[in-house]
Design a protein around this ligand. Structure first.
Ligand SMILES: [Zn+2]
Length: 304
């Protein structure tokens, strides 16, 4: 594994320089697991992107172009690209392998609190990203792509909108922002005061999330809400560093639950389980014989 360079550069053409630098310096253990020892190529079976450890070149199978990380200029392909997962047929609705499509289980719910995702560019196109599940269940969810030097104008406007009471979800383990740390009671107070509580979840690997938190001056004035939960992750599609590390959808589920949006939390939790089980089965080229308990609950809600 050590010779793998599991970075992905799909977005490099639009990324700022330092993000690009991140892309070639950050290693994501989740991606590292998909390194093919036979070819030495690391690739994400779902996106089919790969990078060559020998040259540090990345290539996009859609265009067949590789690019030089020093100049960012495209280079002609050196050989035909073949990655595991390239030939998987995906459902156009849910983007999951069509073998176990998630669409029948998509149920909408109402919540008093909202979720805004600030998503790292490298996370956006990963089909294993669970952030999008939140928007499937809660249509008012907003998704912003994070670029360090180009903050999203719409996000900035929403942060100034008095209707909302935004909270950045982040651990409270560093002293330099201790004065900004609040508890769930602050969410309740704002809601009772007539404002809509908003959970801003930094969507990326732990390292990416920390970078977003530290390098986004517009977040500096917002209260920081750490998620306190005993939940252990049930996410099966990437190996977490610890069972206490929740994926993005799980963070939203626990926040909604604690904020009193019990039904929204239940629906999202079932939808998350359905996603996990469907995706994991498809990875094993296996069709689920019957709906799981979570799937049956979702079907029941869908037909109410
Ligand atoms: Zn589908």
């Amino acid at each position: 594994m050590l010779d793998c360079r599991p970075f992905r550069l799909r977005d490099h053409a639009t990324m700022q320089d330092d993000t690009f630098h991140d892309a070639i310096t950050e290693r994501d253990p989740a991606i590292a697991s998909s390194c093919d020892p036979a070819t030495g190529l690391s690739s994400d079976p779902a996106t089919g992107l790969s990078s060559d450890p020998a040259t540090g070149l990345s290539s996009d199978p859609a265009t067949g172009l590789s690019s030089d990380p020093a100049t960012g200029r495209p280079r002609p392909p050196r050989r035909e690209f073949k990655a595991r997962g390239s030939f998987v047929t995906r459902c156009k609705g849910c983007h999951l392998p069509a073998l176990n499509c998630l669409c029948p289980y998509r149920v909408r719910a109402e919540s008093r609190a909202r979720v805004w995702l600030l998503t790292h560019p490298l996370e956006h196109h990963k089909p294993t990203n669970t952030g999008r599940l939140i928007g499937d269940v809660l249509p008012a969810t907003e998704v912003f792509t994070w670029y360090r030097t180009a903050p999203d104008a719409r996000l900035l406007a929403l942060l100034d909108d008095e209707r909302y009471a935004p909270f950045v979800i982040f651990p409270d383990d560093q002293p330099d922002y201790a004065d900004r740390v609040v508890g769930m009671e602050s969410v309740t107070e704002h809601r009772q005061g007539g404002r809509i509580p908003v959970f801003i979840i930094l969507d990326g690997t732990w390292r990416q999330a920390r970078r977003i938190f530290r390098k986004s001056p517009y977040l500096d004035r917002l209260p920081v809400l750490p998620l306190a939960t005993e939940r252990r992750t049930r996410y099966r599609l990437r190996k977490p560093a610890s069972a206490a590390h929740l994926c993005t959808a799980e963070v939203a589920i626990e926040l909604l639950r604690q904020a009193g949006d019990a039904t929204a939390a239940e629906v999202l939790d079932d939808y998350f389980d359905a996603f996990n089980d469907s995706y994991a089965a498809s990875r094993g080229h296996e069709k689920l014989e019957a709906p799981t308990a979570a799937m049956r609950r979702l079907l029941e809600r869908a037909h109410r």
